[in-house]
Design a binder for this molecule. Structure first.
Ligand SMILES: [Zn+2]
Length: 394
């Protein structure tokens, strides 16, 4: 199942990507796909006489219209896919047929989610609350519940079950920190034949949200001189602990650590692919030669010719397989690599958060996001022979 995430015009592409990045950090049958926010011309925010003094607000019907426009505009969205509209515009309650404070709402397969006022409830990570709302609504749609009716909610907290009815942000915070689907709800989902893969993926994401929302304050506890060491084999040690990582993400991670404080767009990285391939070939054990080439859209074609004097001669040619590839595909590949790095970093048990050590997005060059690793250089120790591998010009 694909879930497309967009927003009203004031929502930035970066905040949509932040939500998609987090939700894509666990693989499963649900794919989360970012869409650009709708442009102003697609929306008509209506005002009734009564609310004319309000700056701007939106009514449920506007959100419904935006979701419909998205479904028409992006033809790849199949009918059974979900469309999510994020909005920071105040919702007018005229059409809102419930006493519930507005956090999110769904109608058939369209979900609308409010983005404001979440920082203090999420350890300053508002995207966690937004992701939580995405999962809550998705689970209810999968379970066959009808949007806008509230009879399927618990009126008891059930230890913070995702389906507990919440009247304010504090109650939502309790659910975010619990990351729970109670046994009654699990039973219900199974009874309604919701695919196990969906439920497992959603539950794992809920646990991850709870862990991030509950993590220790990095300012208090990560404020120590943690060393990053790279030996001549390209093994990475953080805080003295070996970082286990597959060769592909490790080749990228090593490249970023050695390029500390330099930001790269995807085309920049592509132009440096020979260095990344060199690192990869240096650390690889049994992996495929062409892994990094494929990542950048190339393949190695080898042809064998018979030469009278030399016998078999192998000609190796690098072919560009994807001259027309879309930027979104580049972003997807980088997101995947960054998520693999993040997941492996989380196995270093002495770190409060993986945050300081991740490859992050850092601004844009034109439309292309830049990726950056940034850490105090006096705390990074790289073996000289390994560094030469990177600095070599050919
Ligand atoms: Zn429940």
């Amino acid at each position: 199942m694909n879930i497309y995430i967009s927003g009203t015009p004031e929502i930035s592409m970066d905040s949509i990507n932040e939500v998609v990045d987090f939700l894509s950090s666990i693989n499963g049958p649900i794919n989360f796909i970012p869409l650009s926010p709708v442009s102003k011309k697609w929306t008509t925010f209506r005002k009734s006489e009564k609310e004319k003094n309000e700056d701007s607000y939106i009514i449920l019907n506007d959100l419904k219209q935006i979701a419909t426009v998205l479904r028409i505009q992006f033809t790849q969205i199949e009918d059974e896919n979900l469309v999510i509209v994020l909005t920071s515009i105040t919702l007018n309650f005229i059409e809102f047929n419930s006493p519930k404070k507005w956090f999110s709402h769904y109608n058939d397969k369209d979900i609308y989610i409010r983005t404001y006022n979440w920082s203090q409830f999420t350890n300053n990570r508002p995207y966690l609350a937004i992701c939580h709302q995405v999962l809550e609504n998705t689970l209810q749609i999968l379970n066959g519940n009808i949007g806008g009716k509230f009879d399927y909610y618990h009126n008891t907290p059930e230890g913070g079950c995702i389906n507990a009815f919440c009247v304010n942000e504090f109650e939502i915070e309790y659910k975010i920190n619990s990351g729970k689907i109670c046994s009654a709800c699990q039973f219900n989902l199974k009874q309604n034949n919701v695919q196990s893969g969906y439920i497992i993926q959603i539950k794992n994401l809920l646990s991850k949200i709870a862990a991030e929302a509950n993590s220790l304050d990095t300012d208090l506890f990560e404020n120590r001189d943690i060393k990053i060491e790279i030996n001549k084999r390209g093994d990475i040690y953080i805080d003295g602990i070996f970082l286990a990582m597959d060769e592909k993400p490790r080749a990228f991670y090593l490249f970023f650590i050695c390029s500390n404080n330099n930001a790269f767009t995807f085309p920049d990285l592509k132009s440096k692919k020979d260095i990344i391939i060199r690192i990869y070939n240096h650390i690889k054990k049994n992996s495929l030669e062409r892994v990094i080439y494929n990542f950048f859209g190339f393949d190695i074609k080898s042809t064998i010719t018979i030469d009278k004097s030399m016998g078999k001669v192998e000609n190796v040619e690098i072919v560009n397989l994807e001259p027309e590839i879309l930027d979104t595909e580049y972003h997807r590949r980088m997101r995947n690599i960054r998520n693999l790095i993040k997941t492996d970093l989380s196995t270093i048990s002495t770190l409060v958060s993986t945050n300081l050590f991740e490859v992050k997005k850092a601004g844009r060059q034109g439309m292309a996001p830049k990726y950056l690793f940034s850490y105090p250089k006096e705390l990074i120790q790289i073996d000289n022979s390994f560094l030469q591998l990177i600095n070599r010009t050919s």
